[in-house]
Design a protein around this ligand. Structure first.
Ligand code: SF4
Length: 394
Protein backbone atom coordinates (compact mmCIF):
# COMPACT_ATOMS: atom_id res chain seq x y z
CA UNK A 1 0.00 0.00 0.00
CA UNK A 2 1.33 3.42 -0.90
CA UNK A 3 2.11 5.60 2.05
CA UNK A 4 0.38 8.94 2.32
CA UNK A 5 2.71 11.75 1.34
CA UNK A 6 4.27 13.64 4.19
CA UNK A 7 3.17 17.22 4.72
CA UNK A 8 6.39 18.19 6.44
CA UNK A 9 9.05 16.57 4.35
CA UNK A 10 11.91 18.11 6.29
CA UNK A 11 11.19 15.84 9.21
CA UNK A 12 13.92 13.31 9.58
CA UNK A 13 14.83 10.48 11.84
CA UNK A 14 18.37 10.80 13.06
CA UNK A 15 18.72 7.94 15.50
CA UNK A 16 21.31 7.02 12.95
CA UNK A 17 22.18 9.27 10.02
CA UNK A 18 21.19 8.15 6.56
CA UNK A 19 24.10 6.52 4.70
CA UNK A 20 24.74 9.62 2.61
CA UNK A 21 25.06 11.89 5.60
CA UNK A 22 27.08 9.51 7.72
CA UNK A 23 29.51 8.27 5.13
CA UNK A 24 29.61 9.79 1.70
CA UNK A 25 30.03 13.34 2.91
CA UNK A 26 33.52 12.33 4.05
CA UNK A 27 34.42 11.94 0.38
CA UNK A 28 34.42 15.71 0.03
CA UNK A 29 37.05 16.02 2.73
CA UNK A 30 39.04 13.24 1.06
CA UNK A 31 38.76 14.89 -2.35
CA UNK A 32 39.69 18.22 -0.78
CA UNK A 33 42.89 16.77 0.67
CA UNK A 34 45.21 17.19 -2.29
CA UNK A 35 47.24 14.05 -1.65
CA UNK A 36 45.43 11.65 0.62
CA UNK A 37 48.06 9.74 2.63
CA UNK A 38 48.45 6.05 1.94
CA UNK A 39 46.78 3.97 4.60
CA UNK A 40 48.95 3.79 7.70
CA UNK A 41 50.38 7.29 7.30
CA UNK A 42 49.35 10.40 9.18
CA UNK A 43 48.95 13.59 7.17
CA UNK A 44 47.10 16.30 9.03
CA UNK A 45 45.11 18.94 7.13
CA UNK A 46 46.12 22.60 7.70
CA UNK A 47 42.95 23.08 9.77
CA UNK A 48 40.20 20.86 11.13
CA UNK A 49 37.13 20.92 8.89
CA UNK A 50 34.88 21.00 11.96
CA UNK A 51 35.86 22.26 15.39
CA UNK A 52 33.63 21.54 18.37
CA UNK A 53 33.95 23.91 21.30
CA UNK A 54 32.76 23.43 24.86
CA UNK A 55 32.80 26.97 26.25
CA UNK A 56 31.41 25.75 29.53
CA UNK A 57 30.99 22.39 31.23
CA UNK A 58 28.07 23.78 33.23
CA UNK A 59 24.35 23.66 32.46
CA UNK A 60 21.25 25.47 33.70
CA UNK A 61 18.91 22.47 33.46
CA UNK A 62 19.21 18.92 34.84
CA UNK A 63 17.65 16.48 32.37
CA UNK A 64 17.04 12.90 33.51
CA UNK A 65 18.70 11.53 30.41
CA UNK A 66 21.79 13.71 30.35
CA UNK A 67 25.00 11.80 29.80
CA UNK A 68 27.08 14.92 30.28
CA UNK A 69 26.27 15.66 33.90
CA UNK A 70 28.81 13.36 35.54
CA UNK A 71 31.50 14.28 33.06
CA UNK A 72 30.79 17.99 33.56
CA UNK A 73 31.21 17.55 37.30
CA UNK A 74 34.52 15.82 36.67
CA UNK A 75 35.55 18.96 34.80
CA UNK A 76 34.47 21.12 37.75
CA UNK A 77 31.69 22.63 35.58
CA UNK A 78 34.44 24.96 34.43
CA UNK A 79 34.15 27.78 31.95
CA UNK A 80 36.69 28.82 29.32
CA UNK A 81 38.47 32.05 30.25
CA UNK A 82 37.60 34.99 27.98
CA UNK A 83 41.22 35.39 26.92
CA UNK A 84 41.35 31.75 25.77
CA UNK A 85 38.08 32.05 23.83
CA UNK A 86 39.42 35.15 22.09
CA UNK A 87 42.69 33.43 21.23
CA UNK A 88 40.85 30.35 19.97
CA UNK A 89 38.75 32.50 17.64
CA UNK A 90 41.84 34.23 16.27
CA UNK A 91 43.19 30.73 15.49
CA UNK A 92 39.89 29.70 13.88
CA UNK A 93 40.12 32.69 11.54
CA UNK A 94 43.87 32.27 10.87
CA UNK A 95 43.65 28.56 10.17
CA UNK A 96 40.45 28.71 8.13
CA UNK A 97 38.36 26.27 10.17
CA UNK A 98 35.13 25.79 8.19
CA UNK A 99 32.59 24.81 10.80
CA UNK A 100 32.58 25.75 14.47
CA UNK A 101 30.06 23.90 16.54
CA UNK A 102 29.27 25.33 19.95
CA UNK A 103 28.44 22.10 21.73
CA UNK A 104 25.69 21.29 24.13
CA UNK A 105 26.31 19.56 27.48
CA UNK A 106 27.37 22.16 29.07
CA UNK A 107 25.01 24.70 27.72
CA UNK A 108 26.88 26.98 25.27
CA UNK A 109 24.62 29.97 25.90
CA UNK A 110 25.47 29.88 29.59
CA UNK A 111 29.03 30.97 28.82
CA UNK A 112 29.40 34.53 30.14
CA UNK A 113 25.65 35.14 29.92
CA UNK A 114 25.33 34.45 26.20
CA UNK A 115 28.45 36.30 25.10
CA UNK A 116 29.26 33.50 22.67
CA UNK A 117 26.78 35.22 20.30
CA UNK A 118 29.30 38.06 19.86
CA UNK A 119 31.99 35.57 18.84
CA UNK A 120 29.63 34.01 16.30
CA UNK A 121 28.80 37.44 14.88
CA UNK A 122 32.54 38.11 14.44
CA UNK A 123 33.33 34.87 12.52
CA UNK A 124 34.81 35.47 9.05
CA UNK A 125 31.74 34.58 6.95
CA UNK A 126 33.66 33.74 3.77
CA UNK A 127 35.54 30.90 5.41
CA UNK A 128 33.70 29.91 8.58
CA UNK A 129 30.16 29.19 9.77
CA UNK A 130 28.71 28.23 13.12
CA UNK A 131 26.33 25.62 14.44
CA UNK A 132 25.02 25.08 17.95
CA UNK A 133 23.39 22.44 20.10
CA UNK A 134 21.52 24.15 22.91
CA UNK A 135 18.56 23.92 25.25
CA UNK A 136 17.74 27.48 24.07
CA UNK A 137 16.32 28.58 27.42
CA UNK A 138 18.71 31.52 27.04
CA UNK A 139 18.40 31.52 23.25
CA UNK A 140 17.20 35.07 22.69
CA UNK A 141 20.80 36.28 22.42
CA UNK A 142 20.99 34.53 19.04
CA UNK A 143 18.07 36.53 17.61
CA UNK A 144 20.29 39.12 15.89
CA UNK A 145 20.77 39.19 12.12
CA UNK A 146 24.57 39.47 12.36
CA UNK A 147 24.63 36.32 14.51
CA UNK A 148 22.11 34.29 12.49
CA UNK A 149 23.87 35.24 9.26
CA UNK A 150 26.92 33.22 10.38
CA UNK A 151 24.95 30.18 11.52
CA UNK A 152 24.04 27.02 9.61
CA UNK A 153 21.99 25.18 12.25
CA UNK A 154 20.73 25.21 15.81
CA UNK A 155 19.81 21.82 17.31
CA UNK A 156 17.37 22.48 20.15
CA UNK A 157 16.95 19.93 22.94
CA UNK A 158 13.23 19.08 23.09
CA UNK A 159 11.68 16.60 25.50
CA UNK A 160 8.43 18.18 26.75
CA UNK A 161 5.42 20.20 25.59
CA UNK A 162 4.70 22.63 28.43
CA UNK A 163 6.34 23.96 31.58
CA UNK A 164 5.06 21.17 33.82
CA UNK A 165 6.33 18.37 31.57
CA UNK A 166 9.62 20.25 31.07
CA UNK A 167 10.05 20.41 34.83
CA UNK A 168 9.29 16.69 35.16
CA UNK A 169 12.27 15.90 32.92
CA UNK A 170 14.69 18.79 33.54
CA UNK A 171 13.87 19.90 37.11
CA UNK A 172 13.60 23.60 36.33
CA UNK A 173 10.58 25.90 36.22
CA UNK A 174 9.37 27.78 33.13
CA UNK A 175 11.92 26.01 30.89
CA UNK A 176 9.53 25.24 28.04
CA UNK A 177 8.08 28.74 27.80
CA UNK A 178 11.54 30.33 27.92
CA UNK A 179 12.77 28.02 25.20
CA UNK A 180 9.66 28.53 23.07
CA UNK A 181 9.95 32.33 23.30
CA UNK A 182 13.59 32.17 22.26
CA UNK A 183 12.94 29.81 19.34
CA UNK A 184 10.12 32.03 18.11
CA UNK A 185 12.32 35.13 18.48
CA UNK A 186 15.10 33.50 16.44
CA UNK A 187 12.68 32.37 13.72
CA UNK A 188 11.17 35.88 13.56
CA UNK A 189 14.61 37.54 13.40
CA UNK A 190 15.65 35.16 10.63
CA UNK A 191 12.56 35.95 8.63
CA UNK A 192 12.87 39.68 9.18
CA UNK A 193 16.47 39.58 7.99
CA UNK A 194 15.49 37.55 4.92
CA UNK A 195 17.93 34.78 5.84
CA UNK A 196 17.61 31.14 4.76
CA UNK A 197 19.69 29.85 7.67
CA UNK A 198 20.20 28.74 10.34
CA UNK A 199 17.92 25.72 10.25
CA UNK A 200 16.23 25.54 13.64
CA UNK A 201 15.76 21.85 14.43
CA UNK A 202 13.95 20.19 17.29
CA UNK A 203 16.04 17.31 18.57
CA UNK A 204 13.45 15.27 20.44
CA UNK A 205 14.93 12.97 23.06
CA UNK A 206 12.67 10.19 24.30
CA UNK A 207 13.31 8.81 27.78
CA UNK A 208 11.45 6.78 30.38
CA UNK A 209 9.61 9.87 31.64
CA UNK A 210 8.33 11.30 28.36
CA UNK A 211 7.85 8.23 26.13
CA UNK A 212 4.05 8.59 26.18
CA UNK A 213 4.10 12.27 25.12
CA UNK A 214 5.10 11.90 21.46
CA UNK A 215 1.88 13.37 20.04
CA UNK A 216 1.90 16.38 22.34
CA UNK A 217 5.61 17.05 21.81
CA UNK A 218 5.19 16.81 18.05
CA UNK A 219 2.16 19.12 18.06
CA UNK A 220 4.08 21.66 20.15
CA UNK A 221 7.17 21.52 17.90
CA UNK A 222 5.06 21.83 14.77
CA UNK A 223 3.11 24.81 16.14
CA UNK A 224 6.32 26.52 17.27
CA UNK A 225 7.61 26.40 13.69
CA UNK A 226 10.76 24.28 13.80
CA UNK A 227 12.30 23.57 10.41
CA UNK A 228 12.66 19.89 11.20
CA UNK A 229 11.98 17.47 14.01
CA UNK A 230 14.49 14.72 14.74
CA UNK A 231 13.64 11.87 17.04
CA UNK A 232 15.93 9.66 19.06
CA UNK A 233 15.86 7.50 22.12
CA UNK A 234 17.96 8.44 25.13
CA UNK A 235 20.96 6.16 25.15
CA UNK A 236 22.98 5.36 28.24
CA UNK A 237 26.21 5.15 26.27
CA UNK A 238 28.25 6.15 29.31
CA UNK A 239 26.60 3.32 31.30
CA UNK A 240 25.50 5.60 34.13
CA UNK A 241 22.39 3.62 35.00
CA UNK A 242 19.58 5.61 36.57
CA UNK A 243 16.70 4.19 34.59
CA UNK A 244 16.18 6.90 31.98
CA UNK A 245 16.50 4.44 29.10
CA UNK A 246 13.24 2.75 28.03
CA UNK A 247 12.77 -0.77 29.39
CA UNK A 248 11.30 -3.52 27.20
CA UNK A 249 7.66 -2.75 28.03
CA UNK A 250 8.19 0.97 27.45
CA UNK A 251 9.95 0.30 24.14
CA UNK A 252 7.06 -1.88 22.99
CA UNK A 253 4.59 0.84 23.93
CA UNK A 254 6.64 3.58 22.28
CA UNK A 255 7.06 1.54 19.10
CA UNK A 256 3.29 1.03 18.86
CA UNK A 257 2.61 4.73 19.51
CA UNK A 258 5.23 5.81 16.98
CA UNK A 259 3.94 3.42 14.31
CA UNK A 260 0.36 4.61 14.77
CA UNK A 261 1.31 8.29 14.85
CA UNK A 262 3.63 8.09 11.84
CA UNK A 263 0.94 6.31 9.80
CA UNK A 264 -1.77 8.72 10.90
CA UNK A 265 0.26 11.81 10.03
CA UNK A 266 2.02 10.40 6.98
CA UNK A 267 5.47 10.83 8.53
CA UNK A 268 7.24 8.54 6.11
CA UNK A 269 10.74 9.33 7.39
CA UNK A 270 9.77 8.14 10.83
CA UNK A 271 7.73 5.19 9.57
CA UNK A 272 10.64 4.00 7.43
CA UNK A 273 13.23 4.51 10.14
CA UNK A 274 11.53 2.96 13.15
CA UNK A 275 14.25 0.33 13.37
CA UNK A 276 16.90 3.03 13.51
CA UNK A 277 15.00 5.20 15.98
CA UNK A 278 14.44 2.23 18.28
CA UNK A 279 18.06 1.16 17.85
CA UNK A 280 17.13 -2.33 16.55
CA UNK A 281 19.46 -2.00 13.61
CA UNK A 282 23.14 -2.51 14.06
CA UNK A 283 24.72 0.88 14.63
CA UNK A 284 28.32 0.05 14.00
CA UNK A 285 30.43 -2.18 11.84
CA UNK A 286 30.45 -5.85 12.77
CA UNK A 287 33.81 -6.94 11.38
CA UNK A 288 37.15 -5.58 12.55
CA UNK A 289 38.20 -2.27 11.11
CA UNK A 290 41.65 -0.87 11.56
CA UNK A 291 41.82 2.57 10.03
CA UNK A 292 40.27 5.97 10.65
CA UNK A 293 40.62 8.62 7.95
CA UNK A 294 39.12 11.25 10.24
CA UNK A 295 41.98 10.87 12.67
CA UNK A 296 44.67 10.22 10.04
CA UNK A 297 43.92 13.42 8.12
CA UNK A 298 42.62 15.70 10.90
CA UNK A 299 38.98 16.33 10.01
CA UNK A 300 37.58 16.96 13.49
CA UNK A 301 38.77 18.69 16.63
CA UNK A 302 37.29 19.11 20.10
CA UNK A 303 38.30 21.94 22.44
CA UNK A 304 37.14 21.73 26.05
CA UNK A 305 36.45 24.60 28.44
CA UNK A 306 39.71 23.94 30.28
CA UNK A 307 41.73 24.26 27.07
CA UNK A 308 42.30 20.56 26.34
CA UNK A 309 42.32 19.64 22.64
CA UNK A 310 41.29 16.22 21.27
CA UNK A 311 40.79 14.66 17.83
CA UNK A 312 38.42 11.72 18.43
CA UNK A 313 34.92 12.46 19.73
CA UNK A 314 34.27 9.30 21.73
CA UNK A 315 37.73 9.53 23.31
CA UNK A 316 37.80 13.13 24.38
CA UNK A 317 38.65 13.50 28.03
CA UNK A 318 40.98 10.50 27.85
CA UNK A 319 44.43 11.84 28.68
CA UNK A 320 46.34 9.40 26.50
CA UNK A 321 44.59 10.94 23.50
CA UNK A 322 45.16 14.60 24.42
CA UNK A 323 46.94 16.44 21.59
CA UNK A 324 47.58 19.69 23.43
CA UNK A 325 46.30 22.38 25.76
CA UNK A 326 45.41 25.97 24.91
CA UNK A 327 46.92 27.01 28.25
CA UNK A 328 50.32 26.26 26.75
CA UNK A 329 49.91 27.34 23.14
CA UNK A 330 47.57 28.34 20.34
CA UNK A 331 45.61 25.88 18.24
CA UNK A 332 47.91 26.55 15.25
CA UNK A 333 50.90 25.38 17.32
CA UNK A 334 49.12 22.26 18.56
CA UNK A 335 47.42 21.23 15.31
CA UNK A 336 49.57 18.94 13.16
CA UNK A 337 52.40 18.98 15.73
CA UNK A 338 54.39 16.06 17.07
CA UNK A 339 51.96 15.22 19.86
CA UNK A 340 49.01 15.39 17.47
CA UNK A 341 50.72 12.94 15.12
CA UNK A 342 51.65 10.58 17.95
CA UNK A 343 48.09 10.59 19.30
CA UNK A 344 46.65 9.98 15.83
CA UNK A 345 48.92 6.92 15.48
CA UNK A 346 47.97 5.69 18.95
CA UNK A 347 44.24 6.09 18.31
CA UNK A 348 44.43 4.10 15.10
CA UNK A 349 46.67 1.42 16.62
CA UNK A 350 44.17 1.03 19.49
CA UNK A 351 41.05 0.76 17.35
CA UNK A 352 40.98 -3.01 17.75
CA UNK A 353 41.31 -2.68 21.51
CA UNK A 354 38.72 0.08 21.93
CA UNK A 355 36.46 -1.60 19.35
CA UNK A 356 35.21 1.79 18.27
CA UNK A 357 33.99 0.21 15.04
CA UNK A 358 31.38 -1.74 17.01
CA UNK A 359 30.06 1.21 18.95
CA UNK A 360 28.67 2.98 15.94
CA UNK A 361 31.11 5.87 15.63
CA UNK A 362 30.05 7.55 12.41
CA UNK A 363 33.67 8.01 11.38
CA UNK A 364 33.99 4.28 10.75
CA UNK A 365 31.38 4.47 8.02
CA UNK A 366 33.06 7.57 6.67
CA UNK A 367 36.39 5.73 6.61
CA UNK A 368 34.82 2.83 4.76
CA UNK A 369 33.36 5.27 2.21
CA UNK A 370 36.80 6.87 1.68
CA UNK A 371 38.34 3.40 1.23
CA UNK A 372 35.72 2.56 -1.39
CA UNK A 373 36.32 5.87 -3.14
CA UNK A 374 40.11 5.41 -3.27
CA UNK A 375 39.53 1.92 -4.68
CA UNK A 376 37.40 3.46 -7.42
CA UNK A 377 34.25 1.77 -6.10
CA UNK A 378 32.36 4.92 -5.07
CA UNK A 379 31.70 8.26 -6.67
CA UNK A 380 31.37 11.58 -4.90
CA UNK A 381 27.66 12.47 -4.72
CA UNK A 382 26.28 15.67 -6.30
CA UNK A 383 27.97 18.81 -5.05
CA UNK A 384 24.73 20.76 -4.74
CA UNK A 385 23.31 18.46 -2.11
CA UNK A 386 26.53 18.58 -0.15
CA UNK A 387 26.79 22.37 -0.31
CA UNK A 388 23.33 22.75 1.12
CA UNK A 389 23.87 20.51 4.08
CA UNK A 390 27.49 19.88 4.84
CA UNK A 391 29.88 22.30 3.19
CA UNK A 392 30.62 23.78 6.60
CA UNK A 393 30.40 20.72 8.82
CA UNK A 394 31.58 17.11 8.63
S1 SF4 B 1 36.10 6.39 17.73
FE1 SF4 B 1 37.36 5.27 16.23
S2 SF4 B 1 36.35 5.65 14.25
FE2 SF4 B 1 35.57 7.17 15.70
S3 SF4 B 1 36.90 8.98 15.36
FE3 SF4 B 1 37.78 7.78 17.04
S4 SF4 B 1 39.30 6.43 16.07
FE4 SF4 B 1 37.94 7.21 14.44
Amino acid sequence: MARPTTETDLITATAQPRPYWSANKALYAAADTSALPVQGEIQIRPAPWTLEVYGTMDCNVACDHCNADERNHAYGQGSMPLEMMERLHVSIANMGVRGVQYCGGGEPLLWRGGQIADFIAALPRETTRAGMASNMTMGKVLARPEVLDKMVFVEVAVFAYDDATYEAVAKVKHGQSRMEKAVRAVLAARQEAGLATPAINAKVIINSTNYRWLRQIYAWAEATGFDSIHLRLADDYERRGGGFVLDEAQRTQFRADLEAFAAERGLTEWADKIGLILGDDNKGVTGTHSHCWTVATGVNCWVLANGEVYICGPQWGNEQYLIGDLNHGNLEDIWGGKQHQQVARRLIANMGLSRCYELGCRHIKQSIAVDQWTAGAAVVPPQAEFEQRHAWFL
